[in-house]
Design a protein around this ligand. Structure first.
Ligand code: ATP
Length: 306
């Protein structure tokens, strides 16, 4: 079943077009990633889905409901963690959760949520005394306290250290396993690749591509690279003339061979025939960063501040 459907979304701020024409659907139980350059329209898109912005044209359906017309019903079913959430410094973790729970008809037991998020020991800690990771986990808890069917997470792990990021990823997978559909906006390609079932690349207010992470990577580049050092001198032509090879770079005893198809077995076979051993042989896997560059023409922006 479809959890979210966005059709031809268009939104301007005065003369400035923030979202030009965005369409995608998200199936129930999916983790759907949204990536794209700064200012591409990602936040405006998810804020429109959350009913926080009114589209100029196009339609949005959240579990069959309209976020603007059916605002109260959508709020019951949709949890939102937006960029840079902030709370009064003096509020305690438990108070914030108790307060948020009171907004919902059928909230989850927030004590269980604290346990799931590893915040039980911080229940009486004031917001200002929490670490960056704990604040982030609290904002996730607040997005989930209403027992939503769909959760929007914008910049989930910005500002977290590598261990906290990995812990948060496992947490999101556990949340998905409870049946929640997740819309994830992120600047981190490793995060999008690790968590998303499918990803939309938004660029200039439009959807440039929608596919599985593997599909985007394969679509963006069929090239592969093999690196190694040689045990003894070898003529460049031995590898450069192989049908799968498109480029060979040699720096001292280090070789970098670029090509397509079964590049590794072609290179290994040619080295064996020439009776040369390739040391430290490594195949460079293409990843979502490469796909992002190929699709948008820009490098992904990394955000680690905070
Ligand atoms: N309230 C606003 N008023 C005017 N312009 C805005 C407003 N909010 C966003 N914009 C502009 O609309 C465009 C899209 O912004 P949006 O925040 O949706 O992009 P984004 O992809 O989420 O960007 P980022 O990755 O930097 O968070 C940007 O050019 C931004 O400057």
């Amino acid at each position: 079943m479809t959890a979210l459907e966005v059709r031809n979304l268009h939104k301007r701020y005065g003369p400035h077009v923030a979202v030009d024409d965005v369409s995608f659907t998200v199936a129930e139980g999916e983790i759907f990633g949204i990536i794209g350059p700064n200012g591409a329209g990602k936040t405006t898109t998810v804020e429109s889905i959350a009913g926080l912005r009114t589209p100029d044209s196009g339609s949005i359906s959240v579990l069959g409901l309209d976020p603007v017309k059916d605002r109260a019903e959508v709020r019951e079913r949709l949890g939102v963690q937006l960029q840079e959430s902030s709370f009064p410094d003096a509020i305690k973790v438990a108070e914030a959760l108790e307060f948020y729970s009171s907004f919902y008809r059928d909230p989850v037991d927030w004590r269980e949520l604290l346990e799931l998020l590893g915040l039980t020991e911080r229940r009486n800690t004031r917001y200002k005394a929490l670490s960056g990771g704990q604040k982030q986990r609290l904002s996730i808890a607040l997005a989930l306290v209403g027992n939503p069917k769909v959760a929007i997470l914008d910049e989930l792990t910005t500002g977290l250290d590598p261990q906290a990021r990995r812990d948060t990823w496992s947490l999101i997978e556990r949340v998905r396993d409870t049946g929640v559909t997740i819309l994830l906006v992120t600047h981190f390609m490793d995060e999008a690749e690790r968590l998303s079932d499918r990803i939309a690349v938004i660029d200039g207010g439009r959807v440039a591509a929608v596919d599985t992470p593997a599909g985007l990577i394969a679509r963006a580049s069929a090239t592969r690279q093999v690196r190694f050092r040689v045990s003894q001198p070898l003529a460049r032509s031995v590898l450069a003339e192989l049908p799968d090879v498109t480029d060979v770079e040699i720096t001292g005893d280090r070789w970098l061979v670029t090509g397509r198809g079964q590049l590794l077995s072609s290179v290994a076979g040619a080295l064996a025939r020439a009776q040369v051993v390739g040391h430290d042989l490594r195949v460079d896997q293409r990843n979502l960063d490469d796909a992002f560059v190929a699709i948008t023409g820009r490098a992904p922006a990394e955000r680690r501040a905070g």
